[in-house]
Ligand binder design. Sequence first.
Ligand code: CP3
Length: 343
Amino acid sequence: MKNSKFLRALNLQTHSIPPVWFMRQAGRYLPEYQKIRKNYSNFLDMCKQPKTCAELALQPIDRFDLDASILFSDILTIPDALNLGLAFHEGEGPKFSNPISSPQDIKKLISFDVNAIGYVFKAVEETKNLLPKDLPLIGFCGSPWTLAAYSIEGGSSKDFKKTKSFMANHPTELQEFLEILSNACYEYLRQQVLSGVNALQIFDSWADLLSENELERFSLQYTQQLTDLLKSDPVTSNIPIILFEKAPKKKIDDLVFKNISCVSLYWQENIESVAKNFKNQYAIQGNLDPKVLLESDEIIWKETQKICSIMSEYPGFIFNLGHGITPDINPSKVKVMIDAIRQ
Ligand code: CP3
């Protein structure tokens, strides 16, 4: 792995051409993904096939020659292993048949058994077998807060009303649940590392639901517990950790992330000003607005180069999108972006 540009960037090295990968690089925008996806009515069933996951993780690597691959799985495997009954039905997004709707549901939760999701670790092994030797594999999990939000809401939602009301009425029990989830995430990521991943990313995709005070109390504190556990364990202590915070109410520059190597910036963040504050402290990953990929080639070229030129001297820059790629994007536009980075 010494030859991995991506891992060297996580170690704060500067590159004239930055390493590139993008969030949700394996997924519905790729026709080769759709071809396999149509064999499964429930997305989760596909995630339980390690060889298929490996094949899907390789698709964007084969097509675009990216600098890192990401495990093909989902953040919601943990609440599923807690018996919340996850399913992904056609065009509906995730749904839990057994969500957390009262404090009693937390009290009677079964304890997390990492072996219940052994299919994820098999997928890591299968993917490592297929990947070129120097191409790193990123493992991941949701932040405890983001997992709690889905578990209480019972799926995706515009306003997460149930979650907000649970937070207002049962803050102590919510914190107990967050404690359970940060321990589960630790075991989950530890097992991914034992199975072969080379870096980790934590997705706090619902950080934006929280006010400034709540952010510290319900999200960052538990992500911190998770990263502290990872750093104190010899199995995981040397594995770089990337953190994605989606639109936090507190200025990202003012947040202190202990034990984090890299901050993955949401597309709304001003990368130039964040870079001034994070220099020599964190690597930065980001942050082209995925919607730019719906524009003309000229605009894609211009916006991509703008970011590359701002970040050209930054110690530890990794080109990425500012959130996941969406199904409406044409893969040829992704190629334009990559050419603009590497020209
Ligand atoms: O290349 C990759 O990144 C693939 C691995 C991956 C998936 N999900 C596969 C997936 C990763 C890293 C994720 C992370 C994930 N999952 C996040 C964090 C990133 C973010 O977008 O903020 C979140 C919030 C989820 C939860 C989730 N999974 C939702 C809400 C949905 C349905 C709607 C949507 O956004 O796609 C999923 C399904 C899902 N996970 C798909 C894929 C490829 C699409 C499933 C399908 O084909 O129907």
